[in-house]
Design a protein around this ligand. Structure first.
Ligand code: HEM
Length: 494
């Protein structure tokens, strides 16, 4: 009996020792490379604050990078060494000049999944390049001009919709912005009416809500895809809820078939381009690739636009003098050009400055990620980024770094009065990323946010209510920047 107990104890100690060694096997990596690093703890590496949902991913990386004032440093995401790059010059090399080494994101890829493997955001080269070059024309200057009246119409519908709540002390403005952005994407990409302002729970809105809600399952999917990409790939943990994806596929499938069977109809939209690309000449561009792009635009477009719009409304109601200044610019412009026009919207400088400042304070993504494709020796440095190493560019931290943006918590559009002063010594302001993988929808997204703001501010004064959170807290379960409690505001007709 005693012998069995002794053997059992030895076995247990052996198992724990092996497990401990296994979990710590990579923790010598940065030391061996002579790179400054943050001391990890077994299993979690440096991830504990973000995993316990005490802080958002952006704030977590921000805390680390503000303490470590170095051009780059090593961290451990669980047991995986990752290089955090925060020198503007080095960021420029990674994103732009030496892009050939850093063409792919480190986020999970889904080769087994015919739709997800073709999502532009997730796709790896060479597939990414083929898809990106075909879809670039969707957002040409000419196409954006054609979209303008559609977006403006949705802006007017949003204003009408809010008039139903004129006497309400507080309404959830993020939800209204999301209805607007969903309608805009549906109209511009698929030439259909999502009907979010007609029906309270229109199907497109419900599906969009499910893609970025705060449920634990959504947080688990998105966090695993970004932070444990190998696990997500190996276990086929889908980036988005498969039920939502299946439903969207069936809706977009119907739209595509109906358009293909009616070739004389031209929507001047994403669907036209997808169909053109798929015509015989390009076997690579099959139904799945088309479907993936439709889904990609829906998923990427609505949360980004609605978030930026609602964060701007929030800051303008907290900083009333800025709201007054912006409204004056809008009124002057509308009076001079006799209404909201495409040229007028692009001329409004203070509008542009406000949105730039919103995107600084609330960047949509907490960090940009790239994987090094082959060993990369950093010029004038001892650093060699090895093949397979993941690189994080801490977007939120850079945007909140007092060295680049003094008093970073202050909402101050004046920072962008002279844009030539921004990113003049490398890259540190990156709301849309940069380089060949820069956001493909950036000009479209900005146009939609601008039209949304001009439509609202020309008709309503926006006020804080007792329910408006001051300061606003970001939701740790969200991978993109989202307020924990939405953005409740009061809209007072002018
Ligand atoms: C305010 C609005 C938006 C913001 C702040 C934003 C931000 C971003 C950021 C930070 C990236 C990563 C860039 C990088 O890694 O360098 C990205 C990528 C992307 N965005 Fe946006 N986005 C916005 C709107 C949109 C819209 C409206 C669409 C489409 C309708 C869109 C489609 C995409 C796609 C497809 C990618 C992946 C591009 C690639 O890998 O080549 N985005 N976006």
């Amino acid at each position: 009996m005693a012998a069995v107990l002794i053997m059992g104890s030895i076995l247990l100690v052996l198992i724990f020792t092996l497990l401990y060694k296994y979990l710590n096997r990579n923790f010598n990596y940065w030391k061996s490379k002579n790179v400054f690093y943050v001391k990890p703890i077994p299993v979690f590496g440096n991830m504990l604050p973000a995993l316990t949902m005490k802080t958002t991913l952006g704030e977590w990386l921000g805390d680390l990078s503000h303490k470590i004032k170095k051009d780059y440093f090593g961290i451990f995401v669980f047991d995986r060494p990752v290089l955090v790059v925060q020198s503007p010059k080095l960021i420029k090399l990674v994103l732009q000049k030496d892009f050939e080494y850093f063409q792919n994101r480190s986020v999970a890829h889904y080769e087994h999944d015919p739709i997800m493997s073709n999502f532009m955001f997730l796709a790896k080269n060479p597939r990414w390049k083929a898809v990106r070059s075909k879809l670039t024309p969707v957002f040409s200057t000419g196409k954006l001009k054609q979209m303008f009246p559609h977006i403006l119409r949705e802006g007017n519908l949003m204003v009408d919709y809010i008039s139903n709540f004129d006497n309400m002390p507080s309404i959830e403005s993020k939800e209204i912005c999301a209805k607007f952005s969903t309608n805009v994407i549906a109209r511009c990409a698929f030439a259909i009416d999502a009907g979010c302002f007609n029906t309270e729970n229109a199907e497109f809105r419900c599906l969009g809500r499910q893609l970025f809600n705060f449920r634990c399952s959504t947080a688990f999917r998105l966090h695993t895809a970004f932070l444990a990409p190998k696990l997500a790939t190996a276990l086929h943990i889908s980036f988005f809820n498969p039920r939502v994806i299946n439903r969207l596929c069936s809706i977009f499938g119907e739209i595509l078939s109906s358009r293909m069977s009616n070739p004389e109809y031209k929507g001047n939209d994403l669907v036209d381009i997808l169909i053109e690309e798929s015509k015989g000449k390009n076997v690579e561009f099959d139904q799945n690739v088309m479907m993936a792009q439709a889904l990609q635009f829906f998923a990427a477009g609505h949360e980004t636009v609605s978030g930026t719009l609602s964060f701007t409304l929030y800051e303008l109601c907290v900083n009333v003098h800025l709201q007054d200044r912006l409204r004056k610019e809008i009124f002057d412009n509308l009076k001079r050009l006799d209404g909201i026009t495409c040229e007028g919207v692009s001329e409004m400088k203070f509008l542009d400055m406000c949105i730039a400042e919103t995107l600084r304070k609330y960047p949509v993504l907490p960090f940009l990620d790239r994987t090094c494709l082959r060993d990369y020796k950093v010029a004038d440095s001892d650093l060699v980024i090895e093949q397979g190493m993941d690189v994080y560019i801490p977007l939120f931290a850079l945007h909140h770094n007092p060295e680049f943006f003094p008093q970073p918590e202050k909402y101050d559009p004046e920072r962008f009065a002279d844009k030539s002063k921004i990113n003049n010594k490398g890259l540190y302001y990156l709301p849309f990323g940069d380089g060949p993988r820069i956001c493909i929808g950036n000009r479209f997204g900005l146009l939609a946010v601008k039209i949304g703001l001009v439509s609202l501010l020309s008709k309503y004064k926006i006020e804080a209510t007792p329910r408006t959170p001051i300061p606003l807290k970001l939701e740790p379960k969200g991978v993109v920047s989202q307020s924990t409690v939405g953005v409740p505001l009061k809209f007072v007709p002018i």
